[in-house]
Write a protein that binds this ligand. Structure first.
Ligand SMILES: Cc1cc2nc3c(=O)[nH]c(=O)nc-3n(C[C@H](O)[C@H](O)[C@H](O)COP(=O)(O)O)c2cc1C
Length: 159
């Protein structure tokens, strides 16, 4: 079977994800990008992962820092996701961020964050598979998560 990129996007779009903003404290200031490819990997040692487009300038800048913080967006942060997915001169303009132990930014109003040292970067085709060793983590909000499904946003409802 030949895999057409449009089919790849369509079929994978039927798998829902949460939304994170991965941040880093770069020499040029705070950097961040929206990602949906986050997953937990290992408990001992505590490892997580996400996939970053190899051509992403933001990822290249974060990679240089040797660390990242994965911020879990809440259901009321759709606009924040948009800011961190679209080109911008300063995605952090007007955002009152704080700092996690690696120095990476923690966004206000998030459900929680997972602050990591970069543990490994594996080949993932046109993406880098980034594995992080967790250095600090916390749940910081009571709200539900922001979800992404078939190209649109949604909220979680328990059955
Ligand atoms: C819901 C959602 C999920 C995304 N997931 C990823 C992802 O997992 N990996 C990735 O590299 N880009 C992902 N993106 C796209 C990036 O946020 C976008 O390409 C961003 O502009 C990259 O930053 P840059 O252009 O400054 O390099 C996602 C975007 C959205 C809206």
């Amino acid at each position: 079977m030949t895999i057409d990129p449009a089919d790849f996007r369509k079929v994978l779009g039927h798998f829902p994800t949460g939304v994170m903003v991965v941040t880093g404290a770069t020499d040029e200031g705070p950097a961040g990008m929206a990602i949906g490819s986050f997953a937990s990997v290992s408990l001992e040692p505590p490892l997580v992962m996400f996939c970053a487009g190899s051509s992403s300038g933001t990822w290249q800048a974060i990679k240089e820092t040797g660390a990242f913080c994965a911020n879990i967006l809440g259901e009321d942060q759709k606009d924040t996701c948009g800011v961190f997915a679209m080109p911008s001169d300063d995605r952090f303009a007007g955002i009152d961020w704080t700092t996690a132990v690696t120095g990476s930014p923690v966004l206000p109003g998030v459900v929680g964050y997972i602050d990591c040292e970069i543990h490994a970067i594996h080949d993932g085709g046109d993406h880098d598979i980034v594995v992080g060793l967790v250095k600090e983590m916390a749940v910081t909000g009571e709200q539900g998560p922001l979800l992404f499904f078939q190209g649109g946003y949604g909220t979680y409802e328990a059955m």
